[in-house]
Design a protein around this ligand. Structure first.
Ligand code: HEC
Ligand code: HEC
Length: 357
């Protein structure tokens, strides 16, 4: 409804209402689903087109979307950092600093909730927020759209994608969401190992086995399982290396600093639950966790090795809670060697994702 009103408000009398989806003359984009990946859900009113994706790429890198023209999406989602930000907290255009770490952008088309607290149900909804967020681009959508309308670049790009030079918030969001859906990483050593064209080193192999093995203590024998127990939440099924579900991975015993999902639902049973992100390109995306509290992968593994902080909402899959994982130094090295096989340099260097301006 809100969209309808905004779209209508952008029209002059007697002008036809702008379209809400790609025009038939736009070129359908041939999305290649990588081997072992599931199909991607694409909204029926936002099919992928070559022109829509290209427009989305221009918008992703467009500093005019921010109130003072200094910041684009790419300012906090840097390719060389796996489309994340090396700062613990990103700095918005006013110098305001948030409380959450920028998230790595990868394979977003397979997720179904966005942001650390999962508050956005689709990419079309997610992309609306950074532009108006006071600690990010601090603009209004009306100002941002006016800036695009005043730039001779954009009316033709909208026309090519949507059959009309009229620039609306709905179409800008659809174009950015389309671009984000094409940001697919599937050419890491791990992918190649799965496809049979790369063989893990013995250390990487040992790390993958730890990743896939239960952790904590076997209740039947009283002996350690010996694994790192990552697969329940970051498993390789579907090749995502993150289930995108909301879990409490034991970072805190109480949640006053950031309630996570409970801040969205108001349900105390959701306290401390955050989105389980993909571990793809994790070598590049430090610092780690929603608040960037860990500077290195060693610190991340040291956290999991303790079993995590016990609380009422700690996830049942944190099976080593209370006792710890019993990983030794060699295990930690192996696990890190495996995690580094998820780095995909062809993804971060892909010219299709780079700044076109
Ligand atoms: C000032 C820095 C900053 C800017 C600018 C910025 N982002 Fe982000 N981005 C973040 C932070 C921080 C988060 C996590 C916020 C949260 O969870 O509350 C995030 C989260 C996201 C996510 C969620 C990823 C996931 O896995 O759930 C997407 C997608 C995203 N941003 C895309 C964009 C787009 C598109 C733009 C431009 C319209 C943009 N960002 C601009 C810092 C920024
Ligand atoms: C119970 C589910 C669960 C298990 C088991 C689990 N994780 Fe996580 N992982 C999460 C969640 C949830 C987050 C995000 C938490 C947050 O930021 O508050 C996360 C975040 C991470 C991050 C940081 C991601 C980023 O973008 O900053 C890394 C790295 C990581 N996990 C690695 C591992 C490894 C390695 C293991 C095994 C030792 C493991 N995880 C086991 C749920 C889990």
């Amino acid at each position: 409804m809100l969209f309808g009103l905004l779209v209508f408000a952008g029209c002059k009398p007697n002008e036809p209402e702008p379209p809400d989806r790609p025009t038939v003359s736009a070129t359908p984009y041939n999305l290649v689903i990588p081997p072992l990946f599931p199909p991607m859900d694409i909204p029926a009113d936002n099919p992928l087109t070559v022109e829509g994706i290209e427009l989305g790429r221009y918008l992703f890198w467009e500093k005019k979307l921010s109130a003072d023209g200094t910041q684009s999406c790419g300012s906090c989602h840097l390719p060389e950092h796996g489309f994340s930000d090396p700062n613990q907290f990103s700095v918005g255009i006013t110098g305001a600093v948030g409380t959450r770490q920028s998230m790595a952008l990868v394979n977003l088309g397979w997720a179904y909730n966005y942001f650390w607290d999962g508050r956005a149900p689709s990419l079309e909804v997610q992309v609306l927020e950074p532009i108006i967020n006071p600690i990010e681009m601090n603009n209004t959508w009306e100002n941002a759209l006016d800036a695009l309308r005043a730039d001779p670049l954009y009316p033709p790009l909208f026309e090519a994608a949507y059959g009309s030079p009229v620039i609306t918030q709905d179409l800008a969001a659809k174009a950015m969401a389309s671009f984000l859906r094409t940001m697919i990483s599937a050419n890491s050593k791990f992918d190649r190992e799965r496809a049979g064209t790369y063989t893990f080193t013995p250390l990487e192999e040992a790390g993958f086995n730890l990743f896939l093995t239960e952790g904590g203590t076997n209740p039947n024998t009283g002996q350690p399982w010996g694994g790192a127990d990552c697969f329940h939440c970051h498993g390789p099924a579907g090749m995502q290396m993150g289930d995108y579900l909301m879990h409490n991975n034991g970072l805190d015993a109480e949640f006053s600093a950031d309630p996570g999902l409970a801040g969205v639902t108001g349900n105390p049973l959701d306290s401390g639950k955050f989105k389980t992100t993909s571990l793809r390109n994790i070598e590049l995306t430090a610092p780690y966790m929603h608040d960037g509290r860990f500077a290195t992968l060693n610190e991340v593994i040291a956290h999991y090795n303790t079993g995590g902080q016990i609380s009422t909402t700690i996830d049942p899959f944190m099976e080593a809670a209370g006792g710890g994982l019993f990983l030794d130094e060699v295990d930690e090295l192996a696990l890190i060697a495996f995690l580094k096989t998820l780095t995909d340099t062809s993804f971060i260097n892909n010219p299709a994702f780079s700044d076109p301006h």
